[in-house]
Design a protein around this ligand. Structure first.
Ligand SMILES: *[C@@H]1O[C@H](CO)[C@@H](O)[C@H](O)[C@H]1NC(C)=O
Ligand SMILES: *[C@@H]1O[C@H](CO)[C@@H](O)[C@H](O)[C@H]1NC(C)=O
Ligand SMILES: *[C@@H]1O[C@H](CO)[C@@H](O)[C@H](O)[C@H]1NC(C)=O
Ligand SMILES: *[C@@H]1O[C@H](CO)[C@@H](O)[C@H](O)[C@H]1NC(C)=O
Ligand SMILES: *[C@@H]1O[C@H](CO)[C@@H](O)[C@H](O)[C@H]1NC(C)=O
Ligand SMILES: *[C@@H]1O[C@H](CO)[C@@H](O)[C@H](O)[C@H]1NC(C)=O
Ligand SMILES: *[C@@H]1O[C@H](CO)[C@@H](O)[C@H](O)[C@H]1NC(C)=O
Ligand SMILES: *[C@@H]1O[C@H](CO)[C@@H](O)[C@H](O)[C@H]1NC(C)=O
Ligand SMILES: *[C@@H]1O[C@H](CO)[C@@H](O)[C@H](O)[C@H]1NC(C)=O
Ligand SMILES: *[C@@H]1O[C@H](CO)[C@@H](O)[C@H](O)[C@H]1NC(C)=O
Ligand SMILES: *[C@@H]1O[C@H](CO)[C@@H](O)[C@H](O)[C@H]1NC(C)=O
Ligand SMILES: *[C@@H]1O[C@H](CO)[C@@H](O)[C@H](O)[C@H]1NC(C)=O
Length: 777
């Protein structure tokens, strides 16, 4: 509790400074905080970082309605589906909107046992000009909970969702509501218009008011849950839509090179672009068949990323709709120097009266015969209805305009974030409620709560001597330029004289180090992370670092990669934090003259000795992190005998003896597949090479880690053969790691990494590295 005095100071600080310059960061899109509503509930519930606010309070304007609770709550039902709001007469849920644009609107339905009986409900749901659902009831629900999703253009300050129960049952219900702004230009304005007879024309000024999501497919991969998606979408696997299943095999490669001007992770998450279906030899095309409404107009979005080719500019094919219209696909139109660059096409397609739509990929004669597809979305354009809003006379007018939780700082923040970089003057009363959490390199970190209940982390510079100010400025400079799922994001900051405060997203689960071997100061309450969880954390952090090194801004060296700078959110998604020491290799010419900075135990020997600072210094530190994750001990522990003190040295000595398993975390003993461990050891060893030039790049590390995870996961599935490594290559149902074109040479068994019969994975990794695409940059 040594930090308690800061707690009070901090609140005062906010009051006194009046934060005349709490600067807000303009940045790319992130998923907004509102509206996520837990209908009929008193309590909030968080899904994937977004809090569904219980609406049983006067801040919500939900018209004439009541709330009901599940009378037989079972522990495995999400709290979202244990309560509902019911309407026994026509009435409306009102939301206050603060920007015009395209919104994602999701309505959640789950009929739980209650009184009145929700299974008897029958109702319409509409907005000002559209009927969203008509004659809707549980008979329409094939699986429960049922989530109906729309893209809706909202223009105005008020958004109403009208519930109209049928006169027979007088009952309507809703369990949860999501209404949030989609990324800018989410719906293109110029698209090709395709008719069933195959004619196409350019459609400019395409401005649909309402789209209903009909299909959202992750081709070549598994179902993706809402938790795995950047916009809380659900993607399903494509297998059931294939006309001829044998015509295609799944392909996987764990790299996505997002490019400016192309899709982002919000267009579709990495997991969609990392998998594809690829045409098999002896087949002439892959065709998927989707049920759609007859004679309706659809927006069809097809996602591609060339994870298939082994060299550039060799593959072209056609995308065909209804077998009549075809469109040339050239994966290098967007970036001819890189593979695995995501791109998408949108088409407005009129359906015929068959009730389905065929989508195919078809090879060109003079090209490699490996057309592929990564994802498909089909959305139906809804027509305006002649619906007339019900009279609102029975309602108390003032209630209509009650704002939903909008006074909280964060809402204002978001509004401004959308507009751009602006100064915002906080009212003295808009304080944060803070408590001390954890020390960090350049200041204390506090846990804070904004008035809307959103938790944030607050970092304050050491008061008094202005220590650490350059690091704070550095951090603001870096974080205001970049935004990535695996980098902690800055929400705002306050800069006043020698005082500085940074406000970050709150990372519920704290540091990675804490989860590996507890608090260094004693209380060792560590959680027991499984090997898969640890690998996923490593993959997340490697993704974040890869982005720093090569992303939009690029050339940023973190310089202080360590397990206390890797933070975990409530779902154990890892994010890299603390950019106070980071350097941009392109801009900063002073490197080498400023003295060595970083943390002992993690320092790149080359940098330490020669002041040679490159991205490879981060790779070295990350190698130490990998060992820490495996062995669950600190990078440097002076209490140990000399040869064990430095984890990098100690770990490497065991790795070189081929006995790394002797020093792993006792909790993991017997739980790691030997091949997975071997590959992991090799990856760490490569990162820890003395010379930067011998170390892999971060995306190579990322690729290896994904392979390590795959080895572990497939090991689980081949349990009966667990001990006979010699059976390995033929037994693993691996997704295709890399497909070679038919005319390329010498690797047999092209779909499966080869392990030699004694199970030694040198062979495997050699083969694997042959399969790796040479980076063309
Ligand atoms: C939405 O657009 C209308 C007209 O285009 C404008 O009057 C209104 O102020 C806009 N609302 C917001 C929140 O920008
Ligand atoms: C609720 O209604 C459904 C459909 O009408 C019926 O099958 C079910 O038995 C009812 N449940 C109760 C508890 O009355
Ligand atoms: C509904 O349609 C009418 C007429 O087309 C239009 O004036 C009005 O702005 C629309 N309302 C909304 C909320 O889009
Ligand atoms: C629900 O089912 C009924 C009858 O099967 C149908 O008329 C209605 O359009 C369906 N509603 C929705 C929203 O699918
Ligand atoms: C929004 O509404 C205003 C009038 O209410 C209209 O002038 C404007 O064109 C609308 N904007 C869009 C994008 O529909
Ligand atoms: C629901 O919508 C359908 C079709 O739009 C309409 O025929 C029906 O009368 C509506 N029901 C109610 C209760 O408004
Ligand atoms: C859409 O097409 C129109 C005319 O065909 C053109 O002026 C406009 O620049 C295009 N917009 C985009 C975003 O390509
Ligand atoms: C129609 O599609 C073909 C490709 O199949 C393309 O070459 C042509 O330019 C398109 N026409 C229009 C008007 O978009
Ligand atoms: C594709 O998958 C099938 C089994 O579904 C397998 O027999 C075949 O070897 C795979 N590869 C190719 C190139 O067909
Ligand atoms: C493709 O066809 C040839 C000849 O018909 C056959 O020998 C070969 O086994 C087939 N390949 C696959 C993968 O089915
Ligand atoms: C796909 O191949 C089948 C035969 O296997 C053929 O009937 C169909 O026309 C092809 N579709 C396209 C779009 O080429
Ligand atoms: C309602 O909003 C006010 C002002 O934003 C806030 O102080 C209060 O805590 C909110 N009430 C609930 C129950 O969320």
């Amino acid at each position: 509790m040594e930090n308690l005095p800061y707690h009070k100071n901090l609140i005062r600080l906010f009051l006194l400074l009046q934060c005349s310059s709490l600067l807000l960061l303009s940045s790319a899109y992130t998923l907004p905080d509102k509206y996520f509503i837990n209908c009929g509930s008193d309590s909030d519930y968080t899904v994937n970082g977004r809090t569904f606010i219980g609406d049983n309070n006067p801040n919500f304007s939900h018209g004439r309605s009541k709330s009901v609770k599940d009378t037989h709550t079972s522990a495995n039902t999400s709290p979202l589906y244990q309560t509902a709001r019911i309407y026994e007469q026509p009435s409306s849920y009102e939301l206050k909107m603060d920007s015009n644009g395209t919104y994602v609107v999701r309505l959640h339905f789950h009929a739980f046992p209650s009184s009145p009986n929700l299974s008897t409900a029958l109702f319409n749901v509409s907005t000002a000009n559209f009927t969203l659902l008509s004659n809707f009831g549980v008979r329409n629900i094939s699986k429960s909970p049922f989530i109906k999703e729309f893209l809706l253009t909202i223009n105005g300050t008020q958004f109403s969702i009208n519930f109209t129960p049928s006169p027979d049952t007088s009952l309507a219900f809703i369990n949860a509501i999501e209404v949030f702004l989609a990324p800018e230009s989410f719906i293109p304005t110029n698209v090709s218009h395709v008719t069933p007879s195959g004619s196409n024309s350019t459609y400019s000024g395409f401005l649909p008011q309402l789209l209903q999501i009909v299909h959202r497919i992750n081709v070549g991969g598994t179902e993706l849950t809402r938790e795995q998606d950047t916009l809380l979408r659900n993607w399903i696997a494509d297998d059931d839509f294939l006309l001829i299943r044998d015509a295609a095999n799944s392909s996987f490669k764990g790299i996505v090179n997002y490019q400016d001007g192309g899709p982002t992770q919000y267009t579709a998450p990495d997991l969609v672009y990392e998998t594809a279906k690829v045409l098999n030899t002896n087949f002439s095309n892959i065709t998927w068949r989707f049920n759609v409404s007859k004679k309706a107009r659809h927006l069809v979005r097809v996602h591609f990323s060339d994870i298939v080719s082994i060299s550039l500019n060799v593959l072209k094919f056609n995308l065909s709709i209804y077998g009549k219209f075809s469109w040339p696909i050239n994966p290098y139109d967007i970036d001819m120097f890189k593979l695995a660059v995501p791109f998408k096409y949108d088409f407005v397609v009129d359906s015929d009266d068959s009730g389905f739509m065929n989508i195919s990929v078809v090879p060109w004669n003079d090209s490699l015969k490996t057309p592929f597809l990564n994802g498909v979305e089909i959305m139906e354009l809804m027509k305006e209805s002649d619906w007339v809003p019900p009279m609102q006379s029975e309602q108390n007018k003032t209630h209509l305009y009650v704002i939903v939780g909008s006074v909280a700082i964060i809402c204002i923040l978001l509004a401004v974030v959308v507009i751009g970089l602006k100064r915002w003057k906080a009212k003295p009363t808009e304080t944060l409620d803070c408590k001390s959490r954890e020390g960090s390199g350049f200041g204390k970190v506090y846990e804070g709560t904004l008035r809307n209940g959103r938790k944030v982390a607050v970092k304050r510079s050491e008061p008094g001597h202005g220590q650490g100010l350059p690091e704070f400025q550095r951090e603001i400079e870096v974080l205001s330029k970049i935004r990535h799922r695996n980098l902690v994001s800055l929400i705002g900051y306050c800069d006043e004289g020698s005082e500085m405060i940074l406000v970050y997203e709150f990372m519920e689960k704290g540091t990675l180090r804490y989860h590996l071997y507890g608090d260094p100061k004693g209380s060792s309450s560590r959680s027991e992370l499984s090997w898969e969880q640890r690998l996923e954390i490593c993959i997340d952090s490697a993704t974040g670092l890869h982005y720093l090194h090569t992303g939009v801004v690029g050339g940023i060296i973190h310089r202080d990669v360590k397990t206390t700078n890797i933070l975990l959110d409530e779902n154990y998604v890892a994010k890299v934090a603390d950019f106070g020491l980071s350097k941009s290799g392109y801009l900063d010419q002073t490197q080498g003259t400023t003295g060595v900075k970083g943390s002992f135990g993690y320092l790149d020997p080359e940098y330490f000795n020669c002041f040679q600072l490159t991205e490879k210094s981060d790779v070295y530190s990350f190698g130490v992190v990998l060992l820490e994750v495996l062995c669950a001990r600190p990078a440097l522990d002076n209490a140990l005998p000399r040869e064990q003190m430095n984890l990098a040295e100690w770990g490497l000595s065991w790795q070189k003896k081929g006995q790394l398993e002797k020093i792993i975390d006792p909790f993991l003993v017997g739980k790691i597949d030997p091949n997975s461990l071997r590959k992991f050891g090799q990856t760490a060893e490569k990162c820890l090479k003395d010379h930067g030039i011998d170390r892999p790049t971060m995306d190579e590390v990322l690729y290896d880690l994904k392979y390590v995870l795959l080895l572990q996961q497939t090991a689980v599935h081949r349990e009966p053969y667990e001990d006979s490594a010699s059976d390995l290559p033929l037994e693993i149902p691996l997704p295709v790691v890399q497909r070679l074109p038919s005319h390329s040479v010498p690797v047999e068994e092209e779909e499966v990494p080869i392990l030699s019969h004694d199970g030694s994975s040198t062979t495997a990794s050699e083969v694997f590295s042959q399969l790796r695409i040479p980076d063309a940059r």
